[in-house]
Design a protein. Structure first.
Length: 134
């Protein structure tokens, strides 16, 4: 693994997650998981790279964190649960996941870059919703 990962600069695994993002997501979602994370960023990134189940769960934790952030910023519809998100809600959350948030005065709370990839990813959401409703 690259040495700069120790400084949280790299991302890895199925969700291309950074160590600091994984830590923030788990701290937000499940304190017990957060406390069990390796202290060393290289080890955490190694876990993300080689433990697919942990990586997928961490993707979900990050999406929950980003959805909460978007809701707090007034960026989402009034959907009660993630299962009820509109296509636009998912685009907002996925854009944040892919690019992070900006403090743009003209568009407070809106994200930078990552639109195209996030919008492609959002196209899967109606299919996922079908399975969530079963």
């Amino acid at each position: 693994l690259r040495s700069n990962w120790k400084e949280s600069e790299g991302s890895t695994g199925l969700g291309a997650i950074r160590a600091d993002t994984a830590r923030a997501a788990w701290k937000n979602l499940d304190e017990a998981v957060y406390e069990s994370l390796p202290e060393d960023n290289t080890e955490l990134l190694r876990k993300l790279a080689y433990d697919d189940e942990f990586n997928i769960n961490t993707i979900a934790a990050v999406l929950v964190m980003e959805a909460q952030h978007a809701r707090n910023n007034g960026e989402l519809s009034d959907a009660e649960t993630m299962k009820d998100f509109t296509q636009e809600d998912w685009k907002q959350v996925l854009r944040a996941y892919n690019a992070g948030w900006t403090k743009d005065d003209e568009n407070p709370g809106w994200y930078t870059g990552g639109y195209r990839y996030a919008d492609y990813t959002a196209e899967y959401m109606p299919y996922l919703k079908y399975f969530l409703e079963r």
